[in-house]
Design a protein around this ligand. Sequence first.
Ligand code: SF4
Length: 246
Amino acid sequence: MMDLADISARVIACERCPRLRAYCREVARTKRAAFRDQEYWGLPVPGFGDPRARLILVGLAPAAHGANRTGRMFTGDRSGDFLYAALHRAGFANQPRSAARGDGLELRDAYISAAVRCAPPENRPLPEEFDHCRQYLLEEISVMRRIRVFLALGALAHRQLVRALIAAGRIEPRARFRFAHGACDRLPGGAWLMASYHPSQQNTFTGILTAAMLDRVLRRARQCLASQQPSGHAAGRRPAGAALND
Ligand code: SF4
């Protein structure tokens, strides 16, 4: 029976998107000057976190000099610094910093995945690359049976997450979910689909996403996890206030 370790192994070996694989290898070969002495990961990046998580966060894709360098989701760049600090404040991470694989970081009841597992040029995957990579997110959703909160980081990840949830049979094919920061939609079966602006430098440096805003989203996720509401087919919107763990 498939498990997260199987999925991660296939992600790491994947070559389905020639453009992305070539780009990741080239970035790993040429490197950024500040990381000249480091060995880049350069491979597709698997999900990271607690295999029994009830919260899954879905980002867009690895950053060229972040996760593509370190081999772990949101690790080694400013976006990751911002996100893991928030996860730590919310009790989903054992430490606020995420510098490299093997740094002791563990997620608690949370797992981080992405719509695309290879760093794309200019952070823009092509439609067919989203299509190729959706299979892995779908598989993670399928084997992680405890997930109760799906949190999309950014509009593009939100769209891909909705597609994966449709493919997984978790929501109706015609279901429509609009992206908005703080959105919190009830899904059939008692789960929740939430959304936040992506913690990119572009958003966090400009104040589009502040630490307080992300904290409110994660607090709301906690509330959803704690709620004992019966499952059903309601879909009302309510305002919101990868590798396994090393
Ligand atoms: S983006 Fe996904 S599907 Fe494409 S090569 Fe990377 S791991 Fe494979």
